[in-house]
Design a protein around this ligand. Structure first.
Ligand code: FO1
Length: 315
């Protein structure tokens, strides 16, 4: 792999994990740090579930269910079926092997370990050598205010199928949650910071809502490159486009670039969005256009290489 910059990636769930998987095959493990959204974290059946941390960790460990992009491949759901017999809500599909992760995490948290320590332990046990850091060790919950009431993001997304009209995103805990150890340092010390193609409001937006993160991105000498999760006005996955338009933000790659324009050096967007190039450049951001869809492992690696090339041209 030769000489390589130190890289810090800001990540949400499935889209981010694919790019990080691509990066992992071109960047030595010890050079890659991933800061992960924990706003989606939720308690189910008394257990702490950290979906985005698990998606990234399972992907790098080669355990992820590739079809769904989350959970463990070939998992079974016996425990969940029995919970249903006992009358519990089972809309969040936790597999038997996945449950072991949540039991282990919850036990460690109850023994007094921080989420960042638990994450390090899980990574070590699953053979993941990249550094994965939760954005915060403290309470933070993404809540969605809709006409049907305010609900946790997972309830909005999974239980109710993101059908409610979003009126406001509430970052509960943002005033008090401190960045986890290594978050600010890894942004300040990196040569390249990559904002993965994740929902700019509820995945990257939550990380940016943590005290000091946005300031660190502005101050860091790293080259900062984002990959658009919006292609041709639609989200590649999830409700980002719907959420943006319901909140009065046009769902476009340009809008994503605007959300990051105070610190971004370069923006990678899909070739279908080539007509927006001049407008993004008008924000004072370099633009590079490529096929950003990651259908195969080769696509992931190709996009990762492309992003690194764009970053190296910004130096
Ligand atoms: N997403 C779903 O759409 N349905 C599920 O039942 C579901 C279960 C689940 C279990 C563990 C896990 O780590 C992730 C899971 N996800 C599920 C994904 C998750 O809700 C979201 O994709 C992320 O929170 C958004 O990044």
């Amino acid at each position: 792999m030769g000489e390589c910059d130190t890289i810090t990636a800001l990540a949400g769930g499935v889209g981010a994990a694919k790019l990080i998987d691509g990066l992992s095959s071109v960047v030595p493990a010890e050079k890659l740090t991933v800061i992960v959204n924990t706003g989606d974290d939720c308690e189910f059946h008394g257990l702490r579930v950290s979906p985005d941390l698990d998606i990234v960790t399972y992907t790098l460990a080669g355990l992820v269910d590739e079809e769904k992009g989350w959970g463990i491949k070939n998992d079974t759901f016996n425990c969940l079926q029995m919970l249903e017999v006992y009358g519990h809500e089972t809309w969040f599909k936790l597999g038997d092997r996945d449950l072991a992760t949540h039991i282990h995490r919850t036990m460690m948290l109850r023994s007094g370990y921080k989420l960042s320590e638990v994450t390090r332990d899980i990574c070590a046990r699953l053979g993941v050598r990249q550094r994965i850091i939760p954005m915060t060790d403290e309470y933070f919950a993404t809540k969605i205010r809709t006409d049907k009431g305010t609900m946790h993001f997972q309830e909005y997304l999974v239980k109710r199928g993101s059908l409610d009209v979003v009126r406001e995103i509430v970052y509960e805990g943002a005033e008090s949650a401190k960045p986890a150890p290594g978050v600010i340092e890894s942004i300040m010390d990196a040569e390249t910071v990559i904002l993965c193609p994740s929902n700019p409001l509820v995945s990257i937006g939550t990380i940016l809502a943590i005290r000091g993160v946005r300031e660190a991105l502005r101050e860091s000498n790293a080259v900062k490159v984002a990959v658009s999760p919006i292609v041709g006005g639609a989200a590649v996955k999830g409700p980002a486009d719907k959420m943006m338009s319901q909140l009065g933000i046009e769902p476009s790659a340009l809008s994503v670039a605007k959300l990051y324009s105070d610190f971004l050096d370069a923006f990678v967007m899909d070739e279908v969005d080539a007509p927006l190039v001049q407008e993004v450049k008008g924000l004072g951001i370099r633009v590079a256009v490529t096929n950003t869809l990651m259908r195969t492992r080769e696509d992931r690696i190709r996009l990762a290489k492309f992003v690194l090339e764009v970053a190296s041209k910004c130096k």
